[in-house]
Design a binder for this molecule. Structure first.
Ligand code: SAM
Length: 231
């Protein structure tokens, strides 16, 4: 049934508005209603967010800097960005995710610092931002779609692009361990891993080069973090 309507993107949208929303809302939340695997992923992801904030703030202040958080999920990055004074545009393909993110942001931020939230798939995003960030979204893109996705994100950025993705080096581990946390009838086939060289090549084709790298691995979470700047 999930295949009706066709296309990976529809499957992903449907998943993150239903069962995927419930699962990931818990993983990205604070409550104890998570199992051991989910808790481990929560911790790993928190490190990715922390490392992203470090990359973004180590050379300069974020005050007044425009940041696009593409595929913002429950707002775990958008909120700290806004706390640092960034002007945040946060979007996600899932309306449920955007609603959750907006609710969380309103509880933590003064109204003048609130990110601008929008339900949108990242290919439809327009505009120019100082920085574009897209964390843990590439896992939903097969390699033949990843290049276009990366090129589009880079086209929206003036100074920096930050991406995180599950690296292919951990292929076996990831699919075996967390395949069930991804959409589609055959869950494992719906999680796409990417080689760093492929991501680097995709960025290079549109004139961007990698300037910083990080890696977070826990037992069940593997994420390569890269910052790219214009060549
Ligand atoms: N970036 C957030 C974070 O790190 O906290 C959320 C990561 S979550 C694993 C993946 C998110 O990507 C989901 O909220 C999902 O709805 C969103 N997503 C997947 N495909 C998308 C697309 N084509 N455009 C926008 N968002 C997308």
């Amino acid at each position: 049934a999930e295949e009706v309507g066709g296309g990976d993107k529809e499957v992903v949208r449907e998943y993150f508005n239903s069962t995927g929303f419930e699962r990931w809302r818990k993983i990205y939340g604070e409550t104890d209603e998570v199992n051991r695997v989910q808790k481990d992923i929560r911790l790993g992801h928190a490190k990715t967010v922390e490392n992203t904030m470090l990359m973004l703030t180590e050379d300069r202040s974020l005050a007044g800097v425009t940041v696009c958080d593409a595929g913002c999920g429950t707002g775990l990055l958008s909120i700290p960005l806004a706390k640092e004074g960034a002007i945040v545009s946060a979007s996600d393909i899932s309306a449920a995710m955007v609603a959750e993110a907006e609710m969380k942001a309103k509880a933590q931020l003064p109204s003048e610092n609130l990110p601008k939230f929008e339900v949108n798939d990242l290919e439809s995003l327009t505009g120019k931002y100082d920085t574009v960030v897209c964390l843990d979204v590439l896992i939903h893109y097969p390699q033949n779609k990843a290049d276009g996705m990366i090129a589009h994100l880079a086209s929206l950025a003036e100074k920096r692009v930050i991406l995180s993705f599950a690296p292919k080096t951990f292929y076996y581990d990831i699919l075996k361990r967390i395949g069930e946390l991804f959409p589609g009838p055959s869950k494992a086939t719906r999680a796409y891993l990417h080689s760093e060289a492929d991501v680097e090549r995709a960025l290079g084709k549109v004139g961007w080069k990698i300037s910083k790298r990080g890696l977070t691995t826990t037992q069940f979470y593997f994420s390569r973090l890269i910052e790219a700047v214009p060549m």
